[in-house]
Design a protein around this ligand. Structure first.
Ligand SMILES: Nc1ncnc2c1ncn2[C@@H]1O[C@H](COP(=O)(O)OP(=O)(O)O)[C@@H](O)[C@H]1O
Ligand SMILES: [Mg+2]
Length: 419
């Protein structure tokens, strides 16, 4: 069987690692990275180049294509593949709108009684500035479209809010992705990621995870794509999970039906838990990075079976089985990230890392037999263990063996976690 995975990050590396672990499959990845290249065949096609991806899938007789990132999903890659009779796992163009437009997804939430932060949306900067009257500080200002995790600004005072509104709506700092903004009430709580398989609008949740977004220890500094993660969440106890099921998952399923959203693929629910009440911060219509790295380490079921059953609408909750042991990942980043950084530094010591650690590659390339950095996020150092303390000890002592110029990572991932 031949599989094509689209994307090039730690998420795709983890998916492919899991697919290959449980199945005798040949995997191609477009465009992939150096780590992925060690277990699959990298194909030099960009994730946005849908025509070329279709040609490749046809010529290679690919049995199943799996889409990692949001951009091709929002462009309608699933609709295009299906038109050609090609089997593909991901959300179609209209379902992907739940990630592509924050205004669309907030309206969906409000319409369907899904708890979320109060919001207003604007295309006109004067009206947006006038509306700041309706909000306290800090206030959250979001570009409507896809901004690779850079489109959200938490504004501490009116001056910063006005400047942010002008930057996005007048200065076009996010181009057309910022032609509209969402202004949102700030929720002070703890974030939990809940990634779900969705088959014809029915939700099948995977395990929970908690992602570390800020670059510095103690959740200081600017937001990143995520620099550490562990699973399961230590926060979502039985009572809270029941609230998520009853007030969020059920209402989403109901909303899909009522609004005639034909949803099959991945729904990633970004939750904020405030004083024992879960709110939805946002929806993504794909796996998260680094959540996928920790989830794939814990998933006992065969991922390929889950994808096939989701597509064939035969999946049940009992199909999704987990290792009860927690897992964690720490991301090694290029110095300067999430600001500017330099690529192309040689990564040393990977051959010395212990067998019980899985190193997923986020941004690497190979040149003249050397492994080089090639992104802000470089490597996800991942493992499972009996408790968080032993996992932390293991990961942080193995990281000592790895080195590249200006390598940086948080030292407090998984600290003070009690189950
Ligand atoms: N209403 C809010 N209150 C507090 N923090 C928020 C709020 N909305 C977003 N954030 C913070 O900003 C991050 C990014 O926002 P999100 O809506 O997930 O957009 P994206 O992932 O597309 O950048 C969130 O993970 C969270 O840390
Ligand atoms: Mg987010």
């Amino acid at each position: 069987m031949k599989i094509l995975v689209i994307g090039s990050g730690g998420r795709e590396h983890a998916l492919i690692w899991k697919l290959k672990k449980d199945n005798d499959v040949e995997v191609f990845c477009a465009p992939g990275n150096a780590g992925i290249g060690q277990i699959a065949t990298n194909i030099d096609i960009k994730v946005e180049d849908i025509d070329k991806l279709i040609d490749f899938a046809k010529n290679e007789k690919i049995d199943l294509t799996i889409v990692g990132p949001e951009v091709p999903l929002a462009m309608g890659i699933v609709d295009e593949f299906e038109k050609m009779g090609l089997r593909i796992f991901g959300t179609n163009k209209s379902a992907s709108e739940l990630e592509k437009s924050k205004d669309f997804s907030k309206a969906f939430m409000v319409r369907n009684n899904i708890p979320t932060a109060r919001y207003e949306s604007y295309t006109d900067s004067k009206k947006a500035i006038a509306s700041l009257e309706h909000f306290n500080y800090p206030v959250v200002i979001k570009a409507d479209g896809l901004c690779y995790g850079k489109g959200v600004v938490i504004c501490h005072d009116r001056e910063m809010a006005v400047e942010t509104i002008k930057d996005i709506l007048e200065g076009n700092s996010f181009g057309s992705e910022g032609s509209k903004i969402v202004i949102e009430e700030f929720l002070d709580g703890i974030e939990v990621s809940l990634i779900c398989l969705v088959s014809k609008g029915k939700i099948y949740p995977l395990e929970t995870a908690e992602d570390y977004k800020q670059i510095y220890d103690g959740d200081k500094g600017p937001n990143t794509g995520g620099v550490g993660c562990y699973s399961p969440s230590s926060l979502l106890n039985k009572d809270l999970y029941k609230k998520v099921e009853d007030e969020i998952l059920e209402n989403i399923e109901f909303g899909f039906k009522k609004d005639e959203i034909d949803f099959t693929g991945i729904l990633f629910i970004g939750l904020m838990v405030v004083k024992d009440m879960p709110y939805v911060l946002e929806f993504n219509t794909r796996f998260g990075d680094p959540e996928t790295q920790v989830l794939m380490k814990r998933l006992d079921s065969n991922l390929l079976d889950l994808f096939n059953k989701t597509l064939d609408n035969t999946i049940t909750r009992a199909d999704i089985k987990w290792d009860s042991k927690p897992s964690m990942t720490v991301i090694l980043t290029s110095g300067g990230y999430p600001g500017s950084y330099v690529n192309g530094y040689e990564i040393k010591g990977l051959d010395k890392v212990g067998q019980d650690i899985t190193v997923f590659h986020n941004g690497t390339k190979e040149e003249a037999d050397k492994m080089l950095t090639n992104g802000g996020r470089v490597l996800s150092i991942t493992t499972t263990g009996k408790d968080m303390n032993s996992i932390r000890d293991k990961i942080y002592s193995e990281i000592e063996k790895i080195d590249f110029k200006d390598m940086y990572y948080r030292k407090d991932i998984g600290e003070n976690i009690e189950y």
